[in-house]
Design a protein around this ligand. Structure first.
Ligand code: ZN
Length: 485
């Protein structure tokens, strides 16, 4: 059997969440927060004779993304008309960029599950306008043009992605960067960020590019991974059975977990692109570009590397923390409040994420949980100073997560302070051993694992508050003492 590899390029449409639309002053609104066709004007309705005006903020947002993706910014860029007819496109053409995009030749680094990283080339990023939205109800089609003219940035990779796993990692990293840059909410379920992998497969070792298919409008990162894996498998099966893959635009059917053919693909010539006569060429002075570059926030990779060097975190832990900007900020706030960075990272990735998963909360909502960064830092410090043990800390975490509060006060109110008084612990150990002659005999006969059971009994007698290390030491001492008796 032939071994195959996937060749994937990703096209992403990201709405630039500016105050107003790309070429008019209509507001950019959330599709769920406005009645249909409330935010329209002659320009975005495509009335004859109107003139578009370029939104400066959208150009700046696009440059932020281009620079964050390590792109070159050419001397100038130019808008072009992409002609096609569709009921959600009143002008009969979309204003896009074609020959002269805003940004070119960049790259983005993806983090793979095995801890390795890989660079994915960015071919281009160009500005365009979004279309309206069609809703099909009871045999009628309804048009909402609130979205018509919303600024979009289309980001196109080189065909550097070679598995569904890499496609997912790319989607994850790009979404994180857009959110860090505060140009896009990343809310894929609302359609503000749409991902479209172009997929082909070929025998491993071949350099030819075979016919590709495009899977459109995937609305979550998980779906990007699932749809890519499905389509890769499907194409391999086609070749294995002696068939040929047909160039096509596909959709993802979430219910059937399979792809469906939407249409056979048109080529660029069909759109008859030509320079947009109503808009000037866009030339951005170099000093303005450098000013935008200088004002970029610390991005995920830089933050990850800093967490590794400054706090001694593992690559994996650091990558998990920076994947969501809100989590990175939460972690930094807790470290700022005086907690041990490694312990804080452990509690966030372990207990906090588990609690949030139980509630089906997204990690980006971490800023809204009742356990504040300061409380987490205090909790970690209480453990480190030996005031409470790990077991008590875990239970306190649950309380703090559900109800909030001050860890030190809770420890005092509930009498949770760790017992490290050797005479008290020794008395508890002796009482347990006296009550368990059978277990003691098993230990003395060489069954070391009995210690764990006895340890549990002592900790239970101490209501969970014993200093675990001291209990363990005393237990071993007292057991060994009985060997000679
Ligand atoms: Zn308008």
């Amino acid at each position: 059997m032939t071994a195959y590899e996937a060749v994937i390029g990703m096209e992403v449409h990201a709405e630039l969440q500016t105050a107003s639309k790309m070429f008019c002053s209509c507001a950019v609104v959330d599709s769920t927060s406005a009645a249909p066709n409330q935010h329209v004007c002659p320009v975005c309705l495509g009335m004859p004779g109107v003139l578009p005006v370029i939104n400066q903020q959208a150009v700046e947002f696009g440059l932020r993304v281009g620079l964050a993706l390590n792109c070159e910014i050419p001397e100038f860029s130019q808008f072009a008309r992409k002609s096609y007819f569709y009921p959600d496109l009143p002008k009969g053409y979309q204003i896009s960029q074609y020959e002269f995009p805003l940004a070119v030749r960049g790259w983005l680094e993806i983090d793979l599950p095995d801890g390795s990283t890989k660079r994915i080339g960015i071919r281009r990023a160009h500005l365009e306008e979004d279309t309206g939205k069609l809703t099909h109800v009871d045999g009628h089609s309804l048009v909402d043009l609130n979205r018509a003219g919303v600024p979009l940035l289309e980001i196109v990779t080189e065909a550097d992605i070679h598995s569904a796993e890499e496609a997912e990692a790319y989607a994850r990293k790009l979404r994180a960067i857009l959110r860090y840059l505060e140009v896009n909410s990343g809310d894929m379920s609302k359609g503000v960020l749409r991902m479209e992998p172009n997929i082909s497969v070929r025998p491993v070792g071949a350099s030819e590019l075979r016919t590709r298919t495009e899977v459109k409008n995937l609305n979550s990162i998980r779906v990007v991974a699932r749809a890519s894996a499905y389509e890769i498998e499907r194409q391999i099966k086609v070749y294995e059975s002696g068939g040929t893959v047909q160039q096509a635009t596909l959709g993802w059917d979430e219910n059937r977990q399979s792809v469906v053919v939407q249409r056979l693909k048109e080529s660029a010539e069909d759109y008859r692109y030509f320079p947009e006569p109503d808009l000037p060429i866009v030339i951005i002075p170099r000093d303005q570009i450098e000013a935008i570059r200088a004002a970029l926030p610390e991005l995920p990779d830089a933050k990850r590397d800093r967490f590794i060097t400054a706090f001694g975190l593992s690559h994996y832990d650091a990558a998990v923390l920076v994947a969501e900007q809100a989590v990175a900020y939460y972690f930094e706030a807790a470290v700022q409040a005086g907690g041990d960075p490694k312990q804080i990272a452990n509690y966030i990735i372990g207990d906090v994420f588990r609690q949030m998963n139980n509630e089906s909360r997204d990690r980006e909502e971490i800023g809204a949980i009742k356990l504040t960064p300061k409380a987490l830092a205090d909790l970690v410090t209480l453990v480190q100073k030996g005031t409470i043990n790990h077991g008590v800390a875990k239970k306190l975490m649950d309380t703090l997560y559900t109800d909030g509060g001050d860890p030190a006060r809770l420890v005092e109110e509930r009498g949770l302070a760790q017992v490290s008084d050797e005479s008290v612990l020794a008395a508890a150990v002796i009482a347990v051993l006296d009550a368990q002659p059978g277990e003691v005999a098993r230990y003395l006969a060489g069954e070391d694992k009995v210690v764990k059971f006895l340890m549990g009994l002592v900790m239970k007698a101490m209501r969970g508050k014993g200093d675990a290390q001291m209990v363990q030491r005393l237990l071993t001492e007292q057991l060994e003492a009985r060997r000679t008796n």
